[in-house]
Structure formats: structure tokens, C-alpha cells
Write a protein that binds this ligand. Structure first.
Ligand code: SF4
Length: 367
């Protein structure tokens, strides 16, 4: 039999039939090539949990210092449960997606108050904690507890879609269910935590979204898209919509050496963080008019806008903003917490005690 025929015959057998050799190739590569990261090899469920939550939607190089600081301050689930939410948010400052921090804190309290301080022992139990979805539960339970459960994140979805040469949209429910099922079979074997991490590592370092390094891929002989020449057409997914942009005005109102700040409501985007007041520009509105309106609506005070301090661009997942920060003079009225849960005048020297959104951190040094 010629080599090409042999290759096609092998690929025609499903990936699941070749599971054992596929796993062997992948795990050998992973153990030789995996990046040395401080959290790798960690099997303490609490530490794995914290690392997994921090690394969601965060690059590894950005997340590692946060993991180290977080575990230093809150070394156990009990210490996290007893901590003040403001201190947890302060440690999270700059990392974004603050719901993760609030849920982690809420989940720690649940463990301590309702589960006698005992962390879950299966993926199914982990999923009952706030902020722990199917992926995170699978990752924690396979890595820390050796449970043979899959962990399917965006990287792994892409790798599988290419290995299987799927021509259906990976964001569609049935296709996603199939991917979970395939991962559920592939993970059955020794070292399920290493296997899940190896798939993620392959996606992050070799089977990259735009420029996959197929020549260096340890499982290219198992890859149907590589054999069919469809790598760049996989995965098929929903086209991203254009990201909206919002123009925001921000008031730096100073009085007696202190700035006026508001604390955002506990839920929703940036919940529980402190910010300089302001808001979105309405259609046809000038910056000055928007500042006067927002401060009246949000705090019940009259101000006089002054000079522009900074213009800051910031991108969130689903939209982008431009903050136009103005020095403002307090004219009349006592600030009230209308749109916030708390408002107060704060000295610049006390800013570093409060947790601010990253977009605010970008101009704080200018005040
Ligand atoms: S051969 Fe290429 S497309 Fe296939 S899994 Fe490896 S890197 Fe991804």
C-alpha cells in the first residue's frame, strides 16, 4: 500500500478509534514541551480553582502575577470567605471581568457557610458554585482530583474542529455538544488533567487561530483538516459583529484637595468598583452639556466643566470607549448616591486603597 493510501485509510478511522495513539503522542509532546508556569503541577483544588478563574479571558503572562498575589493574600478558602469584597476587588484591579472576583468571593462564602469548608470533590459539585461553568469544573476536577472529565475551552474547540475537519459552526449547540462528547471520550485514560491541559497548550502554542504551526504539530498525522488542506477554513464560526464605540465624559471634580468618587452597584459591569462620575454622550450633545447633565442625574449636583485632562481609549469585549476626562468645579448641591451605592470625596494619596476600573487607572496619574 502506498503512503498516501495508508494515510487516508488511517484518517478514515475516527479519531476515537485511534484514541490511545493520539493521547500518547499528545502527552509525550506536552511533557517535553509544556511551558514552565508557576501553577502547573499544582493539585491543591483551591489553588487550581483560583488559577482557573483568573486565567479565564486573561493571557497567561498577565494572569500569573495576579494568581501569585491572590494566593498570598487569601491562602485558603476560609481566608477568602472572611475577606472584605473591597479587598478582593482591589487585588483584582486591572484584570477586568470583575464578576469573576465577586463570584469567587461568593463561592468561598458558600463553601464555608453551607459546605462545612469542604471543597467539592466532583466536577458536577464544582458546577454548583457561583462562577464555575462546565469548562472550569472539568478543568479543576481533572487537574486537582484526577476525575476523567473533559474541559473544552475556545482553544480546545478550535483544535478539535481541525482534527475532525468539522464543516459545521462550532458555536452552534449541536456541534458544541458533539465536541464535548468527543473530548469526553478522549479524556478517558490516565492523567486526565494533563490531557486536558495538553489540548489547551496545543491550541495556545501550535494550533493557533490565525497561523497554526502544522509542521511542528505532534498530532498532525491525526489531523483531518491538515490532510484535506482545509486548516485555514476551520473552525467554521459565526462572523463577529462590528464592536460598538461609545464616547464618554468623565468629571474630575476637586474640592479641598479631594476628588469626588462613586462606587458602582455590586452587580453588572465593573460592579463594586470606584469611579470618577460621568457617562455616555447623547446624540448631538457637547462634552460640557453631557458633564453637567450626568452629574445632575447621577449625583444631584451642579458643576462647571473646566479643561480637558486626558483622552483615554479602552476596549471591553463587546464595545470600545473613549473617556474624555475634564477638571470640573463643584458649584452647588450635596452629592448623593443616586446611580452609585456610595459617594465620597477622596484624597489622591488614598486612591491606591480603592479598586478602580482599568480605564480610570489610565488617567489617575494625571490628576
Ligand atoms: S496539524 Fe495543524 S491544524 Fe491540525 S491540529 Fe496540528 S496544528 Fe492544528
Amino acid at each position: 500500500m502506498g503512503k498516501g493510501v495508508e494515510k487516508r485509510a488511517r484518517l478514515n478511522r475516527s479519531l476515537l478509534d485511534r484514541k490511545a495513539s493520539f493521547r500518547r503522542r499528545l502527552l509525550t509532546w506536552y511533557r517535553r514541551e509544556a511551558r514552565e508556569l508557576s501553577f502547573r503541577g499544582e493539585t491543591d483544588p483551591y489553588k487550581v480553582w483560583v488559577s482557573e478563574i483568573i486565567l479565564q479571558q486573561t493571557r497567561v503572562d498577565q494572569g500569573v502575577p495576579y494568581i501569585n498575589r491572590f494566593l498570598k493574600s487569601f491562602a485558603t478558602v476560609g481566608r477568602l470567605a472572611r475577606a472584605d469584597l473591597d479587598d478582593v476587588l482591589k487585588l483584582w484591579e486591572g484584570l477586568g471581568y470583575y464578576t469573576r472576583a465577586r463570584n469567587l468571593h461568593k463561592a468561598a462564602k458558600k463553601v464555608v457557610n453551607e459546605m462545612e469548608g469542604r471543597l467539592p470533590s466532583t466536577a458536577e459539585q464544582w458546577e454548583r458554585l457561583p462562577g464555575v461553568g462546565r469548562y472550569t469544573a472539568g478543568a479543576i476536577s481533572s487537574i486537582a482530583l484526577g476525575e476523567k472529565v473533559p474541559a473544552l475551552d475556545g482553544n480546545v474547540k478550535r483544535v478539535l474542529a481541525r482534527l475532525l475537519d468539522l464543516d459545521s459552526n462550532i458555536d452552534d449547540g449541536p456541534t458544541e455538544r458533539r465536541l464535548w462528547e468527543v473530548m469526553g471520550h478522549l479524556v478517558q485514560g490516565r492523567a486526565p488533567g494533563d490531557f486536558n491541559q495538553a489540548m489547551m497548550e496545543l491550541g495556545a502554542r501550535v494550533c493557533k487561530p490565525k497561523s497554526p504551526l502544522c509542521h511542528a504539530c505532534p498530532v498532525k498525522c491525526d489531523c483531518r483538516a491538515h490532510a484535506e488542506g482545509t486548516v485555514f477554513e476551520r473552525p467554521v464560526r459565526t462572523k463577529k459583529r462590528a464592536v460598538p464605540h461609545h464616547e464618554i465624559v468623565v468629571a474630575a471634580v476637586k474640592k479641598n484637595g479631594r476628588y469626588l468618587l462613586g462606587k458602582r452597584p455590586p452587580s453588572g459591569l465593573l460592579g463594586g468598583l470606584w469611579e470618577f462620575p460621568g457617562g455616555k454622550l447623547e446624540r448631538g450633545e457637547s462634552h460640557e452639556a453631557a458633564l453637567i447633565r450626568e452629574l445632575k442625574e447621577e449625583l444631584g449636583i451642579a458643576i462647571q466643566p473646566g479643561g480637558l485632562v486626558a483622552t483615554v481609549n479602552h476596549a471591553y469585549t463587546h464595545f470600545r470607549i473613549t473617556l474624555n476626562v475634564y477638571r470640573c468645579r463643584h458649584v452647588s448641591g450635596t452629592p448623593r448616591a443616586i446611580a452609585h451605592t456610595e459617594v465620597k470625596w477622596v484624597r489622591p494619596s488614598d486612591f491606591d486603597r480603592l479598586a478602580f476600573p482599568k480605564a480610570n487607572l489610565k488617567f489617575l496619574h494625571l490628576l
